[in-house]
Ligand binder design. Structure first.
Ligand code: ATR
Length: 278
């Protein structure tokens, strides 16, 4: 019986157990995946005892991603750049950490827009928090051209440039609409548009109809930003796919099977988020 879990505080709303539970059943693996509430003051001990407690690893969510980065071994440069861990795996009794958020974003983009190619694309990213860092890093690793970053707090965009290099171009939050004319991919990484949060108020009229619009928010499945984009004729990428794709590598590390993100899995999680979905 191979055990893994997701840790966070709070953790009740995590959909990861649905995703990993689906794959455990699909691939007929004798394993379990549970939610584990871990308070910040319990985190060090939880990670220290992870292997002894019989876990092959765990997913890490808010607010622990940066703290876990400092508690485990890091074996890849992507995670070092991002400075946060969302997936822990045990090897020879030792806990290693990695970050799959960036590849979750790019895999979802490539699966959602058939034939899409990232190299050379001019991108605008809204937001400069943790999710933005992972996504901007992944876009740079995949050879996107310049990445304009608009954030309410300008300083954080400048910190992103210092961290990830000169292809990151900070712009003012109020200048975003004007700069859309230059961009081929627009990504929202802020929490705006999420259920019970304010709507992202951005005039898309300067955006080319060939551009792709992507949102990492997945409650609702189709955010107001994506609705406007679809209505004017842009191709869109919904945020739920990123959640599904970021889960792939953890499952492979713990259970030894590279799982597939199927339309059936998408529908199961989508129905959990929105009971009225299809
Ligand atoms: P995450 O890990 O999800 O990226 P985060 O690091 O807290 O979370 O970042 C949240 C992002 O949403 C930030 O870019 C934040 O902007 P600030 O850096 O100015 O705080 C953005 N955000 C949240 N609420 C916002 C609002 N009402 N208007 C504009 N941006 C907002």
């Amino acid at each position: 019986m191979i055990k893994s879990c997701v840790i966070g505080w709070p953790i009740e709303h995590s959909r990861s157990p649905i995703i990993h539970g689906y794959w455990l059943k699909k691939y007929d693996i004798a394993g379990s995946y549970e939610r584990r509430p871990v308070e910040p003051n319990e985190l060090v001990e939880f990670i220290r005892a992870l292997s002894e407690a019989g876990y092959a690893g765990c997913n890490v969510t808010i607010p622990h991603k940066e703290a876990v980065f400092r508690l485990v071994r890091i074996a890849d440069d992507t995670t070092r750049h991002v400075g946060a861990v969302n997936t822990v795996y045990v090897r020879d009794g030792l806990a290693y950490g990695t970050n799959t958020d960036g590849e979750g974003f790019t895999r979802n983009l490539l699966q959602s827009v058939p034939g899409y190619s990232i190299p050379g694309k001019r991108v605008m990213v809204l937001g400069a928090g943790g999710a933005s860092l992972a996504i901007v890093n992944a876009l740079l690793e995949n050879h996107a051209a310049d990445i304009l970053v608009a954030n309410r707090t300008f300083e954080r965009s400048e910190q992103l440039r210092q961290r990830l290099g000169k292809r990151v171009l900070p712009i003012g939050w109020d200048e975003a609409a004007d700069h859309l004319v230059e961009c081929e991919l627009l990504v929202n990484t802020t929490s705006l548009g999420m259920t019970s949060q304010p709507v992202l108020d951005l005039d898309l009229s300067r955006l080319s109809l060939d551009a792709v619009v992507s949102d990492i928010v997945y409650t609702p499945l189709r955010t107001p930003l994506l609705k406007v984009a679809v209505d004017r004729g842009n191709r869109v990428v919904e945020g739920l796919g990123m959640l599904l794709h970021q889960a792939v590598r953890g499952f492979a590390l713990w259970y030894g099977v590279d799982p597939e993100v199927t339309p059936e899995l998408y529908d199961i999680v989508a129905r959990d988020i929105d009971p009225g979905y299809r």
